[in-house]
Design a protein around this ligand. Sequence first.
Ligand code: ADP
Ligand code: MG
Length: 402
Amino acid sequence: MNKYESEVCSVFEARFGHAPARTFFAPGRVNLIGEHIDYNGGRVMPCSLSLGTYAAASPRADGRIRLVSADMRGGVIEADIGAVSALECRPECFSGFGWAAYPLGVAAKLASRSHSIGGFEMAVCGSLPRGSGLSSSASLEVLTCAVLKELFGLTLDGVSASLLSLEAERDCAGVNCGIMDQFVCAMGRRGAAVLLDTHTLEYGYFPFDPGENVLLIMNTKKPRRLADSKYNERRAECEEALRLIGGLFEPQKTALCEITPEEFASVSAVLPEPLLRRARHAVTENRRTLEAAEALEAGDIARLGRLINASHDSLRDDYEVTGRALDTIVEAARSHPAVLGARMTGAGFGGCAIAIAERSAAEDVIAHVSALYRSRIGYDCEIYTAETGDAPFGKDDNDENC
Ligand code: ADP
Ligand code: MG
């Protein structure tokens, strides 16, 4: 039992007065490549982490739900399964529950699909930084699916759990996001990255075991303040670009990422600035993601590093979603000779970046980036060495996608 499992069990026992029936884990995630294209029908390639959220839980016979988080003030949040099932899935109906809107949203969504669930007690505890783009929210939603599946013997596969968790995040917590986060938090596997087609939900596992290298997650500690408004602006720009060029193809293209870079070159003159650059990012990032899958299949981490560098440059120059903190941390990493590639990950404007570095030099890279970042930005970043981890639904299906 690791220290988070012990903590979640002791919080459970202290609050609920008995030992939990079981403990559970769902990972956070980091996206290796394929950024800002999940809403353009593109491919993404995230991996699930060994950092994530732990739960200790037991069923209750009386329909009461009692939730506590070791990471939040405010004590036990109580609800009733009958009342939660009757709530309309709108953010106004869940906002009074604070952080518990995520697990209660999942319970409400399960109930709305006729899954038979009763009351339960659950304590949670996270080893992930929250609100930093490593998807602690999706981790918590998927964790709740895993808990309720086990406690109430539900028939629930990983793809359904991801879709239901996404709906809980959108409808109950009021956060608009794509399917990538929930999908990989539910379906990821240790030692693998997941290539996911966000249009069709086709997916496959690619070996990501950096071996002599290590994946670093570099948290700029800059809040992602602009991220929401710019996210909506970029989505609108991509829709407008598609409207202008989609119909120039026969058959018509229904998503930017259906257009290859070669096809794009033949129509790009139609697009005004900045739509040209926005669309070029989507089209080229989708190609880079496919090339990254090839690189992983060949065990070519150096090629993955170059693609990761190109991804950041495109997000900085064409998509304009990086900002000073992310550019500085990425440049600091790249200036170390043991770094194979670095880029922002997540929505941008703050949050986290990733780097792939030679494992033997990891400590030196961390010290180098930390010092440079502090001297240029004026406050400290946080850097974690990340390992991949198993997700609760990652091994449920047959192995045809391996
Ligand atoms: P991210 O998903 O990038 O970490 P979000 O803002 O989407 O950031 O989600 C963070 C929110 O998820 C927290 O504010 C909290 O409401 C909820 N959450 C995540 N982890 C926990 C936890 N361990 N305990 C309680 N709430 C959590
Ligand atoms: Mg989130």
